[in-house]
Design a protein around this ligand. Structure first.
Ligand code: NAD
Length: 472
């Protein structure tokens, strides 16, 4: 078994205690990861604090060059990292490769963003400018569904802006990030990039650590609230990217074949474990039956299995806890007598955390499968009669992450998009995210922004310097 170690102060370090990492396609232990002690976390934070002044004062172009070098190393190891990511996360090789390359691409792209200084209007005889300075030590906490990409969404802006970092991936998927840390060990000065892995104590230790200046968290809304509460005690800055229950609205003039195909992938990609998957698909009554038929045909064409096998498109659910949660939602659908257009019944065949791809036929709005974020391979199709009605139903959610609108008349689609209460809306497409586009969860889907200039600014503090100019 490979030896996975953390990166603290430029050194690869193991730990006394270790955590098992499970391959979700087989249920077997794949490897072990270090279980960071409190003293080791203290050491990582102290290293990040010590490295901060020099990294802050390093010219942006030099920091950007280091990020570019890191991206190149990740790209050069793309094949190896892809296989490791599939083994621990479950996603198929194509998706794992896309994620690894996307993570590298993010490092390069964010490094190219420039924060301009701003001259402020003043009365005569004074000048005033505002610059953006890094915050200090950032604690980054990422989830298990896109362990590499969503970690890089934090590493790239934090380091580009001149902060130092302690990154903690999910205990369910620590290995690819640990391997990346090993590969990048000598790229950044010691202490600039630290990576720690551990169990349930480690996240709360980070969010309450007095040496951390900012927490950037991606995960569930429930955990995000705990993070914010903990970080509030010493007013750490926070960015929270949280859960979603994205609505897709299929208008009556939508192209049925293309929207059904795109939305089937939009709902089941990564076996439903994407924060921005379509999780409630509202279809105009006039086209509901034809859409449902095309949608189900597409879903039934997907090849499900061990992501390491050739041809597999969708892997298992990533971990046992999530598997049990989705099973519970399926059981709730069955207990309430909702009908399934496909799936719904478990075969009970092992090994691995597999559940049937399931489409629920028009369950009530109050059902759990409509109100909750399943984060698994089950999606409801919902009938609607008017645009006003569907907007009211789509917006009746505590979540506001993203959504999509599908229709031939782009002006009408745009009007609907403007009324969806979410941070992102796609028209006739889905899942489009970019390092140059701000991505912000509205309502309980988040706090703050990732990506784009606005996302980069979240890793800085404005600093205004004024002068009284010499007379004359
Ligand atoms: P999670 O909230 O259980 O865990 C996320 C991370 O937080 C993990 O690293 C975990 O170890 C850590 N953690 C757990 N408890 C903590 C605590 N009390 N303090 C600090 N850290 C703690 O989420 P998950 O199950 O890993 O991910 C799935 C969720 O993430 C879904 O709700 C999904 O929608 C959401 N998500 C959101 C986005 C987004 O950009 N908005 C992206 C991906 C996933």
């Amino acid at each position: 078994m490979a030896d996975y170690r953390m990166l603290i102060n430029g050194e690869l370090v193991g730990s006394g205690a270790r955590l098992d990492v499970i391959n979700p396609a087989t249920g077997e232990v794949l490897a072990q990861a270090p279980d960071c002690s409190r003293e080791q976390l203290d050491a990582a934070v102290a290293a990040a604090q010590a490295a901060f002044p020099a990294w802050r004062d390093t010219p942006h172009a030099e920091r950007a060059a280091k990020l570019g070098e890191a991206a190149g190393i990740i790209q050069a190891h793309g094949e190896e990292l892809k296989s490791l990511l599939t083994a621990e996360q479950g996603k198929c090789h194509d998706e794992a490769f896309f994620e690894v390359m996307g993570g590298a691409g993010w490092l390069q792209a964010v490094a190219s963003l420039d924060i301009a200084e701003q001259m402020n209007p003043t009365e005569p005889g004074r000048s005033s400018r505002t610059v953006h300075v890094p915050i200090g030590v950032v604690g980054a906490i990422s989830p298990w569904n896109f362990p590499v990409l969503l970690s890089m969404w934090k590493v790239a802006p934090a380091l580009a802006a001149g902060n130092t970092l302690v990154l903690k991936p999910s205990p369910f998927t620590p290995l690819t990030i640990l391997r990346i840390a090993e590969l990048l060990k000598d790229v950044f000065p010691a202490g600039v990039l630290n990576v720690v892995t551990g169990g349930d104590n480690l996240g709360p230790w980070m969010t309450s650590h007095p040496g951390m200046d900012k927490i950037s968290f991606t995960g569930s809304t429930a955990t995000g609230k705990k993070v914010m509460e903990s970080a509030s005690r010493d007013l750490k800055r926070v960015t929270l990217e949280l859960g979603g229950n994205d609505a897709a609205i299929v208008l009556k003039d939508a192209d049925i074949a293309t929207s059904a195909k795109a939305l089937a992938w939009g709902a089941f990609r990564n076996t439903g474990q994407v924060c921005i998957n379509a999780k409630r698909i509202y279809v105009a009554d006039e086209i509901y039956d034809d859409f449902a038929e095309a949608f189900v045909a597409e879903v039934e064409s997907y090849v499900v299995g061990d992501g390491a096998e050739q041809g597999v498109q969708l892997g298992p659910i990533q971990n046992k806890r999530q598997y049990e949660r989705v099973r519970d939602l399926l059981a709730d659908c069955r207990a309430n007598g909702y009908s399934f257009l496909t799936g719904g019944e478990e075969t009970g065949e092992g090994p691995g955390y597999f559940l049937p791809l399931t489409v629920v036929d028009n369950p009530p709005d109050e059902s759990r499968i409509v109100r909750e974020e399943p984060f698994g391979p089950v999606v409801p199709l919902l009938r609607y009669n008017s645009v006003d009605e569907v907007l009211e139903r789509a917006n009746a959610s505590e979540f506001g992450l993203a959504g999509s609108v599908w229709g031939a008349d782009l002006d009408i689609a745009e009007q609907v998009a403007m009324k969806l209460e979410t941070g992102t809306v796609w028209i006739n497409e889905i899942h489009q995210v970019s390092p140059f586009e701000p991505f912000a969860g509205h309502k309980q889907s988040g706090m703050g922004v990732e990506n784009g200039l606005a996302g980069l600014l979240e890793y800085t503090l404005p600093k205004t310097i004024t002068r009284a100019l010499p007379a004359g």
